[in-house]
Write a protein that binds this ligand. Structure first.
Ligand code: FEO
Length: 393
């Protein structure tokens, strides 16, 4: 796509990655993504904010063909999907300065081997003038690396936020409006990389909301022309609110765990609890991560493989622990052939989850009536904990 005019002298640049289906070799991208850059011309200087993933840097370089000068390349975040094309842009504009946060300087040297002499490290709250346009740099650490910052353009009231408020969505729309598809893409993005830093993300929201913002321009997905749409979503996702929802990631090898999951699912529905099961060999783990953003309870279902949980359950549990969702309750259910240590091993995998364990139900072989009754009792325990949440909803 060609560069798109946002305001007089301000363009959305960069590449839409329509075909990408996996991010960080981890999270599926059903709707693709984008690597946005922004070109801002002032009366005296010209700045490029972020670049693009190296795989698609040719798109950015084509957009820059008729741009004669760039004085500043503002790098808001060092991860290579934004900084990766800086060396190529610098080769075209050898007099440009690379402007970044103080913590980013060392990272830019390490990750893309920039020469220290081209970098200007900017403290929190420092400013940069393009003449008639002026930036303030707002350090927003841990959204989601330690060096991340936003750039606020005063005259246009635009907050350039890089990953912060971004969404995984390939679209030709420059603005998000209040599109539910963008809400989903932003929640997927939040779940994957922001959720582990929920507390500090919350304080960074407070930091940027002190500025009058007309547009939030992230470096993934469309820009927000209604900033409250995404800021309210972030306020909710980072709050302590959980919903009347149970997520059940599971595997079943010979059907026993499936029977147990289905029994629990039915029992929960009968008790007014919302629930979703995720068979992990066919699950989009990004969808599971999205649902964990506000689920009150996680129930992990596993068969036993060599005394431990199934490796796919091990992996999903490890991921859930790393993402640090705000779930309040947990349970483990499953089956085994002759012996099991699955409960102990799964419990050891989730030290980051500050949960109350509501029960474990492990059955030997095919579930018997007493196993199914134990699942009904587990559903009773979950429903009792969810009762206040049901009233709210
Ligand atoms: Fe979009 Fe953390 O890079």
């Amino acid at each position: 796509m060609k560069k798109r005019l946002m305001r007089d002298g301000i363009w959305m640049m960069g590449a839409v990655d329509w075909n990408r289906r996996l991010f960080d070799s981890l999270i599926p991208l059903p709707e693709g993504t984008s690597y946005n850059a922004y070109l801002v011309k002032g009366s005296e200087k010209v700045a490029l904010i972020d670049t693009a993933d190296p795989e698609l840097e040719y798109v950015l370089m084509e957009q820059l063909e008729d741009v004669e000068r760039i004085d500043y390349i503002i790098s808001l975040h060092t991860e290579q999907d934004h900084s990766g094309a800086i060396p190529t842009v610098l080769a075209k504009y050898p007099n440009a300065r690379v402007v970044c946060s103080t913590k980013a300087k060392e990272l830019l040297i390490d990750h893309i081997h920039l020469d220290e002499s081209v970098i200007d490290a900017m403290p929190d709250g420092s400013t940069l003038s393009l003449g008639d346009r002026n930036f303030t740099f707002i350090h927003t650490p841990w959204v989601h690396w330690p060096e991340t910052m936003c750039a606020y353009l005063h005259e246009e009231r635009i907050l350039f936020s890089c990953d912060f408020f971004g969404s995984h969505l390939a679209t030709s729309d420059m603005y998000a409006g209040e599109n539910p598809l963008i809400y989903e893409g932003a929640k997927r993005y939040f779940a994957e990389i922001m959720m582990p830093f929920r507390s500090i993300v919350k304080s960074n929201i407070k930091k940027v909301e002190g500025y009058a913002i007309d547009i939030i321009a992230p470096s993934h997905g469309p820009a927000y022309d209604k900033p409250e749409f995404i800021m309210n979503a972030y306020r909710d996702w980072t709050s302590d609110r959980v919903s009347n929802f149970v997520a059940i990631p599971y595997i079943s090898m010979h059907g026993s765990t499936e029977i147990m999951v289905n029994r629990l699912l039915d029992a929960l529905v009968e008790r007014g609890v919302k629930v979703q099961k995720y068979e992990l060999t066919v699950t989009d783990v990004g969808k599971l991560a999205i649902d964990l953003v506000d689920a009150a309870t996680i129930v992990i279902g596993t068969p036993t493989v060599h005394f431990g949980p199934h490796p796919a359950v091990f992996s999903a549990t490890h991921l859930a622990n790393a993402l640090r969702p705000k779930v309040k309750y947990a349970a483990i259910i499953g089956s085994y052939g002759w012996g099991t240590k699955a409960v102990e091993q799964i419990s050891g995998l989730i030290p980051n989850l500050k949960v109350e364990v509501l029960g474990t139900v492990m059955c030997k072989g095919l579930p018997r009536e007493e196993d199914l009754k134990a699942l009904d009792e587990l559903a009773d325990a979950i429903a009792a904990k969810h009762a206040p949440l049901m009233k709210v909803e």
